[in-house]
Design a protein around this ligand. Structure first.
Ligand SMILES: [Mg+2]
Length: 259
């Protein structure tokens, strides 16, 4: 199934070999670009702000997989008196009805209301705290970069998710600001307009911001289009060798050391 990578923040279903696997969502598929595309030489202005994607960049995807794929259906099964398997069928069908192009898809409060799960969504998140796992390089790199730059998060996760995950991962202290394109801007994806609004909020010109994330389109092409210096984090080492590709946050740290 090479060629499709699904990453992100919600209940994306991924069918393979008769298995229904729920993946972290938000990234429908990889945007293909010419593998030989070269990055034009650019002057490197000093960067005031460094922006990070969250899931797949700072934190691993276990938490969102555990939430949407298991915990929400399990709670639904308890409320409705269904078996877990019956519950999964119904809940996954509800996920499909909404789809990832609507902001509700990313909103845990919406799903609690829609599925009749009450209003204590925070308790469910807290019960899954042990699933929140930062990447091993995140804390060190943030600590280093925080000495020289303002650090922010720009994510398509809802504001509730960003705050919860960063807090559980003990990374929140490194960031001046967090931006959710779904909660703050009503957009389901990180478009150039989202990045523009982030820059405006921070009072920084795009050329004075760096962004890094693990989605080629939404973390590299979109910010680059606005003039932000962007890096694509390829943790799976897919073989890409372009100048904008890094394989870890420590490599990213080295690459921008002189910025
Ligand atoms: Mg990501």
């Amino acid at each position: 199934m090479l060629g499709t990578v699904i990453l992100g923040i919600g209940p994306t279903r991924f069918a393979a070999m008769n298995l229904r696997l729920y993946y972290v969502k938000g990234v429908p598929d990889f945007v293909k670009i010419c593998p030989n595309r070269s990055v034009p030489a650019m002057r490197m202005p000093s960067a005031e702000v460094v922006s990070f994607d969250m899931n797949g960049t700072l934190t691993q995807n276990h938490f969102v997989e555990a939430l949407w794929g298991e915990a929400v259906p399990r709670l639904y099964s308890q409320v409705r008196g269904l078996s877990l398997e019956e519950s999964k069928v119904e809940v996954y069908a509800e996920y499909d009805k909404v789809g990832e192009r609507r902001v509700e898809w990313y909103d845990i409060k919406y799903w609690f209301r829609s599925l009749g799960l009450g209003d204590d969504w925070r308790a469910l998140l807290e019960s899954l705290q042990h699933h929140v796992r930062p990447y091993s390089d995140a804390s060190y790199v943030l600590q280093q970069l925080g000495r020289r730059h303002r650090l922010v998060v720009t994510s398509n996760a809802s504001a509730e998710f960003i705050e919860f995950e960063l807090g559980a991962a003990r990374l929140r202290e490194y960031f001046d600001s967090v931006f959710s394109c779904t909660s703050d801007f009503g957009e389901v994806k990180k478009t150039p307009d989202v990045y523009s609004r982030v820059c405006s909020s921070l009072g920084v010109e795009p050329e004075h911001m760096i962004h890094i994330g693990d989605h080629l389109h939404f973390d590299y092409l979109a910010p680059q289009e606005l003039g932000i210096r962007a890096f694509y984090l390829d943790r799976n080492a897919s073989g890409r060798t372009e100048d904008f590709v890094v394989r870890s946050l420590t490599e990213f740290l080295d690459r921008i050391a002189s910025v």
